[in-house]
Design a protein around this ligand. Structure first.
Ligand code: ME8
Length: 528
């Protein structure tokens, strides 16, 4: 006998800047990665889910100076806030990398040294347009396009000259073009890929990868006046966390098998770094490329860009209040089904949250599970009936119907279409509702002669709901846990495929009543 080897999968979030506190954007990206990671673990894959904090650079140095603390103290404090959100929102990351960790720093130096030795990094002089807030240089074309003003901060771009180390990005033009042609799924969604292709056609310039005007960063090897540009430092996190910069490290021993990442999830504002600079760096290092860079769009709030002055900013305190009112699962569900996965922004509105919660969780999943368990309580003494085959009406071939929905939910998750996957699972629940209404077991039960038919109907309801719940567990871990307990279902563990097969629910299992999602009045939704 030999054990099947689990497939390695790796998913990453951006590493978050510590000059700011966590908000909905960070919770969102990390949550959707968590849903995917849980689902794939459920399928039996060996998943590595990586997140962390980006702690170097001028912005952190400046924020720390304004607060009168050291950059390290600021980084420690805010990185801890980011780690706290993992517990608050049920996030199951396998590692949390910090760029001030010496294990990261020494690997970044080793990687940069390799690039210097291969000639992909060289010393040169640079003059260009610099966005100080974003720590990003603009090409002349791009600078003109934004009228020499930072589209992010609104402040004028600065003309800057520096002697810098450069990454020879221009040398990768042809290889990148070939890559995008050969691996059309590399950058998703399609709209983002087209943006990258458009900009790539303008031609690539070498990019400075060191700075001399501040000190808070990793020193360039053998050039201590230079610190490594925070973006290069940050991008490398994805491989330093797996030890790829030091084959003698523990991280390498434990984690190197997870590279290349299956999917790297980012927000659309950092697409260029991840879709162009990052692949070029990997090619220069001779490392394999990720399967997919998925750039989602943005959350706006009540129809407008989030801003502290407008008072519509969804910060951690606000999210906490949502969790208090609706539970963690409700927030996860809203983020995963209504979020900006895809090319358009999504609106976080109180009304939409309430509507989604009520329609999907209270009226559909909650109501259907409670209705089914109540009927099993009433007509079958709280014990799961057997399905003996006879069943009046309904017209659903349940084993085939659920198998098709399971396949659709799995395929959608593979494409990182979370909303599609969840919709496939919810369609099972909706079908149960229709089935109950059409077969009317509550009417049949009035005549004891129908006991067997009623049992058959209720078995099918409970079994279909159990399968839907298995598919929804990645997004609703607590509620499905509650259902498992009430219905004595045990744990699906990493056997999701097996667990989703029709007929696993054993007749005789004790089925207790459940109320998974309490109704919440519209007035109770947290306001800004
Ligand atoms: O950019 N809607 O870090 P960051 C959705 N350190 N997602 C949002 C969002 C919004 N309104 N706002 C932020 C950095 N995000 C760098 C990354 S990676 C090598 C270095 C999410 O703290 C989204 O994932 O500004 C975005 O890419 C990320 O937060 C930016 O986080």
């Amino acid at each position: 006998m030999h054990a099947m080897t689990a497939r390695h999968r790796c998913i990453t979030t951006p590493i978050y800047y510590v000059n700011d506190r966590p908000h909905i954007g960070h919770v969102y990206t990390t949550t959707i990665c968590d849903v995917w990671a849980r689902f794939m673990r459920g399928l039996g894959d060996d998943v590595f889910f990586l997140t962390g904090t980006d702690e170097h650079g001028q912005k952190v140095e400046q924020s720390a100076a304004e607060k009168g603390v050291t950059p390290q103290a600021l980084a420690d404090e805010n990185s801890a806030e980011f780690r706290r959100i993992m517990g608050l929102f049920d996030l199951t990351n396998d590692a949390f990398i910090r760029t001030t960790d010496p294990r990261h720093e020494t690997q970044v130096q080793a990687l940069v040294k390799r690039l210097m030795d291969s000639g992909d990094v060289y010393l040169g002089t640079f003059e260009g347009w610099y966005d100080a807030g974003q720590e990003e240089y603009y090409t002349e074309t791009k600078a003109r396009e934004v009228e020499y003003t930072s589209p992010i901060s609104g402040k004028p771009l600065e003309r800057a000259t520096e002697e810098n180390y450069y990454f020879r990005l221009s040398a990768f033009q042809d290889r990148l073009e070939a890559l995008f042609a050969e691996q059309p799924g590399l950058v998703q969604p399609e709209a983002r890929r087209n943006e990258v292709l458009g900009r790539l056609r303008e031609g690539l310039q070498d990019v400075p990868i060191s700075r001399t005007n501040f000190a808070w960063g990793i020193e360039v090897p053998d050039a201590p006046d230079h610190v490594i540009y925070v973006w290069i430092d940050a991008l490398f996190n994805y491989i330093t966390a797996l030890g790829l910069g030091d084959q003698a490290s523990d991280w390498y021993a434990q984690r190197h098998q997870y590279w290349p990442a299956t999917v790297q999830v980012i927000g659309k504002e950092i697409l260029w770094f991840h879709a162009v600079i990052w692949p070029a760096l990997l090619m220069a290092l001779g490392l394999p490329l990720p399967g997919c860079v998925y750039a989602h769009s943005f959350w706006i709030s009540e129809g407008q860009k989030m801003s502290k002055s407008l008072g519509n900013f969804i910060d951690l305190e606000m999210l906490d209040r949502y969790v208090e009112t609706f539970g963690r699962d409700a927030l996860r569900y809203f983020l995963a089904t209504q979020g900006p996965l895809g090319a358009t922004d999504a609106d976080f509105s109180r009304a939409q949250f309430h509507e989604t919660y009520t329609a999907d969780l209270v009226n559909t999943l909650g109501n259907c599970t409670s209705r089914t368990s109540a009927m099993i309580g009433k007509y079958c003494d709280g014990v799961c009936p057997a399905d003996t085959g006879a069943c009046a009406g309904g017209g659903v071939e349940w084993p085939e119907f659920t198998a098709a929905r399971v396949e659709a939910a799995t395929a959608a998750m593979e494409r990182f279409d979370l909303a599609g996957s969840i919709a496939a699972a919810m369609s099972i629940v909706r079908q149960v509702d229709v089935f109950i209404n059409e077969t009317a077991p509550f009417k049949l039960a009035k005549d004891p002669a129908n006991a067997e038919t009623v049992g058959n109907i209720l078995y099918r309801c409970a079994e279909a709901l159990r399968i839907a719940a298995c598919l929804l567990e990645a997004v609703l871990p607590q509620s499905v846990g509650n259902l498992r307990e009430a219905w004595s279902l045990g744990d699906a563990g990493n056997q999701l495929g097996q667990a989703c097969r029709w007929g696993q629910l054993q007749p005789g299992t004790s089925i207790a009543k459940v109320a998974l999602f309490p109704r919440v009045e519209a007035e109770a939704v947290p306001a800004g």
